[in-house]
Design a protein around this ligand. Structure first.
Ligand code: UDP
Length: 371
């Protein structure tokens, strides 16, 4: 059988890499990889770390990319790939424009469409934008749904997806993390060496990332002001912030946070250095989906700068606290975790609700029953 694994952005690449590795082990699968390269540099570093050479590279990233032309380009370009390879199954991941547009193209081709990280919902179609609609469209089109948790399965059942076509796998992000977290301590990697030289090991490290569109503008201004106060009030804290390349993020971050001695603003890190830094951190402040799924496996509490979440499991498990972009809430929760050691230790010891690192194996086993 022929299998086409499609992705376009950094987080999708990290989360699909374990699937590529697993599928290549099954000789009865003819597996090819197609990247849309909706992101370019951030995708390429992941491909290199996981040693993936795409069979098709649509190279679609353009300056000032917009959702209209990106969607149209993906659907058009996917046609050529689908007509060349004629896959029986295609695999899309999560909630990007690549996910949505490639699932439509796969459906047109007649392939069975498989959705990895299926069933996450906020049920608010504009938040996150455009991700909620991207994943709902992919969910509507897909034949098979690989749900990371019981709750994501329930979301799909509520949309009348047949339970025979949903399997709970855990999230492949944990497969990737477990595969990498040992490796980053032994590999030779210049970027990890640079990061090591930045970390002040006498201080508690707060690692920050952020990029969500809904936080652009006033959200990022509030976030930065909170970070500034946390840094000023705690000389025993170091904040390291790999700043996303989007100008709407970079602008306020550099304007508000430059020149503060215990804040280091750096370029986005390649995945191995980022994993190394997560493991070294005391806590993480982020609006990223993937980071909040990864952090509990490393025993790191997370403050999530969102008001709604499609990942309620971690909030319920207690590994994550939603703080929105409310400056005072960010400051007070961070301050509490810095000073209340019992609360901190309890949070660090909690179990990760997102899986055990065997999601890709479960996906391969399920697919073998479908042809
Ligand atoms: N990540 C990375 N370098 C960074 C920040 C994040 O490699 O500087 C990784 C992180 O470990 C996670 C993924 O990128 O696996 C999350 O990506 P992002 O926050 O862009 O997207 P989201 O998860 O919100 O979709």
């Amino acid at each position: 059988t022929k299998h086409l694994i499609i992705f376009g952005t950094r987080p999708e690449a990290i989360k699909m890499a374990p699937l590529v590795k697993e599928f290549k082990k099954h000789t009865e699968f003819e597996t090819r990889v197609c990247v849309t390269a909706q992101h370019r540099e951030m995708l390429d570093q992941v491909l290199s770390f996981f040693d993936i050479q795409p069979d098709y590279d649509l190279n679609l990233m353009k300056p000032n990319q917009n959702l209209y032309s990106l969607t149209a380009d993906i659907i058009t370009e996917m046609r050529t790939v689908l007509e060349d390879f004629k896959p029986d199954f295609i695999y899309v991941h999560g909630d990007t424009t690549t996910t949505m547009a490639a699932s439509i193209a796969g459906f047109y081709s007649g392939a069975k469409v498989c959705h990895v990280e299926a069933g996450l919902r906020t049920h608010d179609k504009r938040s996150p934008f455009p991700e909620e609609i991207n994943r709902q469209v992919a969910g509507r089109i897909s034949d098979y749904h690989f749900a990371p948790t019981e709750q994501s399965k329930d979301n799909l059942l509520n949309e009348n997806v047949s339970q025979n076509n949903i399997i709970i796998t855990g999230n492949t992000v944990i497969d990737a993390l477990l595969d990498s977290s040992e490796r980053v301590n032994v590999i030779q990697n210049d970027e990890i060496e640079t990061v090591k030289s930045i970390v002040d090991s006498d201080k508690k490290l707060i690692l920050v990332t952020g990029h969500r569109r809904e936080n652009h503008g006033v959200g990022f201004i509030n976030i930065c002001e909170a970070l500034k106060e946390i840094a000023m009030a705690n000389s025993d804290v170091q904040i390291i912030y790999p700043v996303h390349l989007n100008p709407n993020v970079k602008g306020p971050v550099y304007e508000i946070l430059s020149g503060i001695s215990n804040i280091r603003l750096i370029e986005p890190l390649a995945y191995p250095a980022f994993v190394w830094l997560m493991a070294k951190s005391y806590m993480i402040i982020t609006d990223s989906g993937g980071v909040q799924e990864e952090a509990p496996s490393l025993g790191k509490p997370v403050l999530v700068m969102r008001d709604t979440t499609e990942r309620p499991e971690a909030v319920e498990a207690g590994t994550v606290i939603l703080v929105g972009t409310d400056k005072n809430k960010i400051i007070s929760e961070a301050q509490s975790l810095l000073t209340d050691t019992t609360r901190y230790q309890n949070m660090s010891a909690l179990h990760n609700p997102y899986g055990d690192g065997k999601a890709s194996q479960r996906i391969a086993q399920f697919i073998k029953t479908k042809y």
